[in-house]
Design a protein around this ligand. Structure first.
Ligand code: FES
Length: 194
């Protein structure tokens, strides 16, 4: 999923709830503050998915400089994950549980043009930009964690995708499980996102 596609999906979700994208991110921040959120599409659809273990949005960094990574746990407290700001400024997120035998994947900033994700157990290597396997025995890409930035520059995790699934498909799957009507309005089925 490109940043543009992700923005479009979020914009469409926001439009459906009669809010702007800025409002959406403000809602996210409000949730983080522990306050009760009103009856919004966002809270029903993206923030609380049922059945697939996803969690409310999590702020993972107030500021993430280019070429830097931050680790966190998402969607569950034992689900290890990492967000990276690539050299072009985009932010990507992944589970750091290796798809080979579940060792912890590490960030190697100095490797290649934009760094790489490295598993020391059996020399597995994943692309920092896509999560695809570029070397070693891992059989599948790293599952993605969907990241967004708010207008203060803070970085949030807002959802997950399965290994090989696009961020858009992961967001839509969550919507389809928790709010099929919204998923349809957001164009998930029409665009074959799942
Ligand atoms: S557990 Fe990661 S390469 Fe084997």
């Amino acid at each position: 999923m490109t940043g543009t596609e992700q923005d479009e999906l979020i914009d469409r979700i926001s439009a459906d709830s009669l809010t702007t994208r800025r409002d959406y991110l403000r809602i996210v921040a409000t949730v983080s503050g522990g306050l009760v959120v009103g009856s919004t599409v966002v809270s029903a659809g993206v923030l609380h998915r049922h059945g697939d273990g996803t969690a409310p949005p999590l702020k993972v960094a107030e500021h993430l400089p280019k070429g830097q990574a931050v680790t966190f746990n998402y969607p569950g407290e034992h689900d290890r994950a990492m967000a990276i700001r690539l050299t072009d400024g985009s932010v990507v997120g992944y589970s750091t549980v290796c798809t080979h035998l579940a060792c912890g994947v590490l960030w190697r900033k100095e490797r290649g043009a934009e760094g790489e994700l490295y598993c020391p157990c059996h020399e597995g290597v994943f692309s920092a930009r896509t999560g695809e396997v570029t070397a070693g025995p891992p059989p599948r890409p790293l599952p993605r964690v969907v990241m967004v930035e708010d207008d203060q520059g803070a970085v949030w995790a807002i959802g997950t995708a399965r290994s090989g699934e696009s961020e858009r498909a992961g967001l839509c799957r969550g919507l389809e499980e928790s709010n099929p009507v919204l998923a349809e309005r957001a164009g998930c089925a029409a665009e074959g996102a799942s």
